[in-house]
Design a binder for this molecule. Structure first.
Ligand code: SP5
Ligand code: ZN
Length: 341
């Protein structure tokens, strides 16, 4: 198992998250990657490397290039406007409104946001680029013929859509990696999203494409973030019809129920003809995650890795969510152990 990690994740260190009516210290914070790295090393995964240089060529195939430009300039535009705090979206294009991009920076931030939980800060873009490079370096490891890689991505990516940030995500690392696998390796790939939250960004990237199967197991969006996507009747459109599968599940879902959905998702990945799996790994399905409501135990994460490996495909693991508790490190290491078991 090759592990790819960049210290540059620390450049993303927001002080604010709009959460339940208050500005709190963000759940998605640098300690997460530190704890996960330590636990992975402790578990014996010693092959840790820094990401290789990569530009935006691959990202531009799955994101709107104008959106990537926005990410690159938003902080300096915000500071130039004279605003003191972190940049938080507060006004959005919704039903029956224009989709024209405002020149005003507050309007532009709202245009490109899908949630107000994600404050933009100095360094967020640089950290997001480093996170994307971890995923791309992992994809190249698979393209070179290897079976497993773990991209310790931070910030996460699966809520980042074609032209949308939010849910702590800016660039869709797993989606960019899937594109890289397509460009330099596999004819068909799958993104298997096991984060507690629906992978709305990843679904958006590939919804009209027939070459990338996207599937997500998550808290039912009628009860859980991201609220507006992730229902079972979203099956893809056009060339992508049949290439998206969602498994929304209720509060308190335990391993016995969750794993039945995993088995169904893996069977569909095989039937699709995927040659590799990008595993969007959030460990916020853990029973003590502070913002989620499933009931997986630390032992269940070993079983998760074993079942994914049993599909017999190369697997690139990209880190997504998982918050607050020290067990996030153990839970990630357990998935990696299960994969290599
Ligand atoms: C990558 C990832 O896991 N992103 C998740 C972003 C979730 N942000 C909004 C969280 C809302 C949680 N509400 C829970 C209420 C508990 N009082
Ligand atoms: Zn999540």
């Amino acid at each position: 198992m090759r592990v790819i990690y960049s210290e540059d994740h620390k450049l993303r260190d927001a002080k604010t998250e709009l959460h339940d009516g208050q500005l709190v210290t963000p759940f998605e914070a640098p300690f997460r990657a530190e704890w996960i790295l330590a636990a992975v090393k402790e578990a014996g995964f010693a092959d840790v490397i820094a990401p290789h240089a990569h530009g935006l060529e691959t990202a531009q195939k799955v994101h709107d290039p104008a959106y990537l430009d926005f990410l690159g300039v938003v902080w300096e535009r915000w500071v130039a406007a004279g605003y003191k705090g972190e940049a938080i979206a507060n006004s959005f294009p919704v039903r029956r409104t224009s989709q024209r991009v405002p020149d005003n920076i507050v309007g532009m931030i709202g245009h490109y946001a899908n949630a107000a939980d994600t404050s933009i800060t100095k360094g967020s873009y640089e950290a997001a680029l480093a996170s994307m490079r971890c995923a791309l370096t992992g994809a190249d490891w698979l393209n070179a013929g290897n079976r497993f890689a773990f991209a310790l991505c931070r910030p996460p990516g699966h809520h980042a859509g074609i032209d949308l940030f939010g849910g702590y995500c800016f660039i869709n690392n797993a989606g960019v990696a899937a594109q890289r696998l397509r460009d330099h390796g596999a004819a068909k790939v799958a993104v298997l999203d096991v984060d507690f939250h629906h992978g709305n960004g990843t679904q958006d990237l590939f919804y009209r494409r027939g070459d990338v199967f996207t599937t997500s197991l998550h808290g039912d969006p009628i009860h859980a973030f991201p609220y507006f996507l992730g229902h079972a009747d979203e099956e893809g459109e056009g060339d992508g019809l049949g290439a998206n599968r969602n498994y929304p599940m209720p509060r308190g879902t335990p391993w016995e129920v969750w794993s039945a959905a995993l088995d169904d998702a893996l069977a569909r990945i095989k039937a699709f003809g995927a040659e590799a799996i990008v595993l969007s790994l959030g460990v916020d399905t853990f029973e003590r995650d502070p913002i989620s409501f499933f009931r997986l135990t630390s032992q269940d994460f070993i079983r998760m890795g074993e079942r994914v490996a049993a599909a017999g495909l190369p697997v690139l693991v990209c880190m997504e969510g998982g918050y607050g508790v020290p067990e996030i490190g153990l839970n990630v290491a357990n998935v990696l152990k299960g994969l290599e078991a």
